[in-house]
Design a protein around this ligand. Structure first.
Ligand code: SF4
Length: 432
């Protein structure tokens, strides 16, 4: 089913003339990974957390193959397999789950935060993981905090796994009232190196009370209250942002920190909220911003004028298209995204050329036809579409790589551009 609807975006999401921009909405067959995929980057981020997927062998294979085989380290994720006996109701899944968790926690005293991660099979048999988490929490508090969220692939896309995980942390965050000092919360998993760079810049700006969600250690879960302002570091955290707002925190309107412009706009939002004078802001960011612009210059030459087509997958598509268009002169032909949160993306949508078709949701066959007609230089898509498109002669980029690679901030701007330039170089070499 395809619907072309002119939506009325936020004022800043309108094009320069204040004209509504049409969004193509499609609700057909989709090609996306499920939310379990988020475990791959989240388990690296929260260093004393463990992710126990309650699912099938398929779920176990997905997580294991996406993560690669961890031979040298104690893994921090696993799958409790629901087998045929459980499906037939012959075994009590809850008792079995309690036994698995007990064995795990006895063997791994380093685990301080355990996520029970739901899957399609656990949802189909209606295994109530929130009750299981409550029951087990009573047993293991205060040594281990046990939470649950769903990574199921039913009607979701893979970055929603992070949103669901972070949303499960929000109720656990200590609440503070209006007498608490002003603090900044950066929301969304960032590579440690990126987090450290941002923290240094905030400190130089004079913003000292900065916290990150998720934290690196379970015990460092930041507090939240009316004096908390938060910056989204990722565009797919709809539910987490909603819950933070319910807890009294204020979302700062900002673009996402991709590329030099995006990073400057993102930092500026915090700087303005802290009333930092413009000249101080400029003097703090100028060296890193200059380095980023210089590093991007060769990519303007390599990528400028190239036509790129985004299939909906990571929910990073809109900010990425803005970065490619405004900072590298790329022509985004179509930018597909699984879900379009027009408030969170207002400052990004504003900068995407009006000639670009923005689509939300997917009807994969129709979208493939549009892609073939457009004959783009580069297609950004999920793994499932990449190989068939390569076989048809298209040059592709796996969107999931953008989640596994540190790409935010000034120092990573050129690395982000390189991710798009590399497949084009590879194609040229193959054609020689
Ligand atoms: S959660 Fe669902 S979509 Fe994801 S691997 Fe398991 S069965 Fe497949």
């Amino acid at each position: 089913m395809t619907v072309l609807i002119p939506i009325r975006p936020e004022k800043s999401a309108l094009d320069g003339c204040g004209v509504e921009r049409p969004i193509l909405r499609e609700r057909g067959q989709r090609e996306v990974f499920c939310g379990l995929t988020g475990i791959i980057w989240l388990h690296r981020k929260i260093q004393d957390a463990f992710f126990l997927v309650v699912g099938s062998r398929t779920c176990a294979h997905l997580v294991q193959s996406a993560a690669g085989v961890m031979i040298f380290a104690e893994p921090r994720f696993a799958t409790a397999i629901i087998d045929e006996r459980d499906l037939a109701g012959l075994a009590d899944c809850n008792d079995e789950l309690d036994r698995v968790v007990t064995r795990l926690l006895e063997r791994r005293p380093d685990i301080k935060l355990l996520f029970l991660v739901g899957s399609c099979p656990s949802e189909v048999i209606k295994l109530d993981l929130s009750r299981a988490a409550e029951r087990l929490s009573r047993q293991y508090t205060p040594h281990v905090r046990i939470l649950n969220y769903s990574g199921s692939g039913i009607e979701t896309t893979f970055t929603q796994g992070e949103d669901a995980c972070l949303a499960s942390l929000v109720p656990e965050m200590p609440r503070v009232d209006a007498s608490a000092p002003k603090s900044l919360l950066v929301v969304g998993a960032l590579a440690d190196v990126v987090e450290d760079q941002f923290k240094r810049l905030f400190t130089q700006l004079g913003i000292d009370s900065v916290h990150f969600l998720p934290p690196r250690k379970a015990a460092d879960l930041p507090s939240v209250g009316p004096n908390t302002s938060f910056l989204l570091a990722q565009p797919f955290l709809t539910e987490t942002a909603r819950l933070l707002e319910v807890a009294g925190a204020q979302r700062l309107l900002a673009p996402f920190p991709l590329g030099a412009d995006g990073t400057t706009g993102w930092l500026k939002a915090a700087s303005d909220a802290w009333n930092i004078p413009a000249h101080v802001f400029q003097s703090v960011i100028a060296p890193a911003e200059r380095r980023a612009r210089a590093a991007l210059e060769p990519y303007r030459f390599r990528l400028g004028g190239k036509r790129v087509f985004f299939f909906p997958d990571s929910q990073l598509e809109i900010p990425l298209a803005r970065f490619l268009a405004t900072e590298l002169g790329v022509d985004p032909v179509e930018v597909g995204t699984p879900y379009l949160h027009k408030q969170h993306l207002a400052m990004e949508l504003d900068q995407i050329p009006t000639s670009t078709l923005i689509s939300e949701g997917q009807d994969v066959e129709r979208q493939l036809d549009r892609c073939r007609d457009a004959k783009p230089d580069l297609v950004v898509c999920g793994l499932g579409l990449a190989n068939p498109l390569e076989a048809e002669g298209f040059t592709t980029k796996w969107s999931i790589e953008l989640l596994f690679t540190p790409v935010q901030g000034y120092e990573q701007a050129a690395d982000l551009a390189e991710l798009f330039a590399r497949p084009l170089v590879r194609r040229t070499r193959l054609e020689v």
